[in-house]
Design a protein around this ligand. Structure first.
Ligand SMILES: *Cc1c(COP(=O)(O)O)cnc(C)c1O
Length: 472
């Protein structure tokens, strides 16, 4: 399997060469040259596998340049019972035809752990093979940074420089990141907001000489290693939802999946799984008040918004108004034609939007996409009603998902909502909705009292450059 750019200007490259990239050399995004086709019989033959074994099977379609037994070792380490409780990914029935896929059993209590843990294993493996080292630089407002640090801590050949806005993360997020004592993890608190951190990362990554000299890399949500690792739980969900069905029922069995979305990374993996042949009926995109993607799926017009038009909401990990990964879906929508895609993105650059409304009927009929929006009041009411009906407490992002899922449930088709975080990370809204004070999971008790390690910086680029020089 080779990987190419959506805009057609990159030499095809194998998995281990693009693992770190997402962005192709021509400014497009990296995608598989062809989408592997998996038969129902093949999927059925995986029913007895545990999660690491299923991950090995699915990733082996993409990582064709990594020997199967090495891939198996990576998946076993990534999805070990130390990293994930509850058998990695539980499927729990709620009510009214809706079930929750528990993607938040990992070390930072959010779904990003699943892909990051695999990325940590595979990066270390690829670097060891080539004798290279890598310095990951990133900006975080909380979730991505901690998932990356927990996946890369102690990994040989890798340093992490994670910039966070000083005083703007929750106590829990700060404790989670700053309490790490691994020598390869460098937490940097920047006097400023998330965008200031992001701009510093862009400035250094954009300085190609500095980037090469210090082997800088990033692990953001366009990273193809992450996208491929996220495919696995869609297959897992279908298999678990159909456990116990007889052969006849299995033949026509389909699930629908609702995905709380921000940068379109998670749901893009669902799209790929569906294109590979997994029987998914509908892929439902759930947005919060920052609903530029809901707008796209309803109108066919994609008009990213600026920072000033991005609301700070109570489902903060979805506060995104420009979804980089969408380019990969549009590539498929336009018949995987790099010229049409490049033309569309030129239009986006020139006019600030693209109009694909001519293709709108195909969004649903051919690709199964539907969408919806949820507000703060919807999240509160959804957390409350799910708790009242089932006793289960969900987090605000998952609540966006359940709210929109309820609008799209069809009789006879199980609707699976991806649980993207644990409610313990968002105690205020849980209290507002249910009156319950939710505690930390037992394995994280005491986290808030641990000593914290962080370097404070003014936001000056030279200061950051010399810190990186001194610490690689
Ligand atoms: C990152 C994140 C999302 C959004 O996922 P995308 O892949 O960016 O669409 C949703 N919920 C939570 C809790 C997240 O951390």
């Amino acid at each position: 399997m080779e990987f190419i750019s959506t805009r057609g200007g990159m030499e095809p490259a194998p998995y281990s060469a693009i693992l770190l990239e997402g962005l192709a050399t021509d400014g497009g995004l990296v995608v598989p040259e062809t989408i592997p086709q998996i038969s129902r019989d093949r999927i059925e033959s995986w029913r007895g596998l545990d999660y690491p074994a299923l991950a090995t099977e699915i990733l082996s379609y993409f990582a064709t340049d990594i020997p199967g037994k090495d891939l198996a070792t990576m998946c076993e380490r990534a999805y070990s019972s130390e990293n994930f409780s509850e058998g990695v990914i539980p499927l729990t029935e709620l009510s009214d035809g809706i079930s929750l896929l528990g993607l938040s059993e990992g070390p930072t209590l959010a779904f990003k752990d699943i892909a990051m843990q695999f990325l940590g294993q595979s990066l270390e493996y690829v670097l060891a093979k080539t004798g290279r080292t890598l310095n990951i630089i990133g900006a975080t407002s909380g979730d991505t940074g901690s998932a990356a640090e927990y996946a890369l801590r102690g990994k040989y050949g890798i340093n992490v420089f994670m910039l966070s806005p000083q005083g703007r993360m929750s106590d829990f997020q700060r404790a989670q990141m700053y309490s790490l004592t691994d020598e390869n993890i460098h937490n940097i608190a920047v006097a400023g907001v998330f965008d200031d951190c992001q701009n510093l990362v862009k400035a250094l990554s954009g300085d190609l000489e500095f980037k090469r000299e210090h082997s800088l890399g990033t692990v953001n949500s366009i990273n193809l290693g992450r996208i491929s690792a996220q495919l696995v739980y869609y297959f897992w969900a279908w298999l678990r939802a159909s456990d116990g069905l007889d052969a006849e029922a299995l033949e026509t069995f389909k699930i629908s999946v609702t995905v709380p979305s921000g940068n379109f990374g998670n749901i893009l993996s669902g799209h790929l799984a569906r294109e590979m042949g997994l029987p998914i009926r509908r892929l439902v995109l759930a947005a919060n008040e920052n609903n530029v993607l809901d707008e796209f799926f309803r109108t066919g017009i994609y008009a990213p918004r600026g920072a000033a038009d991005t609301h700070a909401t109570s489902s903060p990990s979805m506060d995104i108004s420009k979804a980089s990964n969408l380019e990969r879906f549009v590539f498929d929508l336009l018949g995987r034609d790099p010229e049409r895609l490049a033309a569309a993105w030129r239009e986006l650059d020139e006019n600030g939007k693209i109009d694909l409304s001519a293709e709108l009927p195909r969004f649903k009929s051919e690709f199964g996409f539907q969408s919806g929006t949820s507000t703060h009041q919807d999240r509160v009411e959804t957390i409350r009603s799910v708790h009242a009906a089932t006793g289960v407490i969900i987090d605000p992002h998952t609540a966006d998902g359940v709210k929109v899922a309820r609008e799209h449930v069809e009789p006879g088709v199980p609707m699976i909502v991806l649980e993207t975080a644990k409610p313990a990370k968002f105690p205020e809204i849980v209290f507002e909705a249910t009156g319950e004070r939710i505690g930390m999971p037992e394995r994280l008790a005491g986290l808030l009292d641990l000593p914290q390690h962080v370097t404070e910086m003014s936001g000056d680029e030279q200061e950051l450059r010399s810190y990186i020089r001194d610490n690689v």
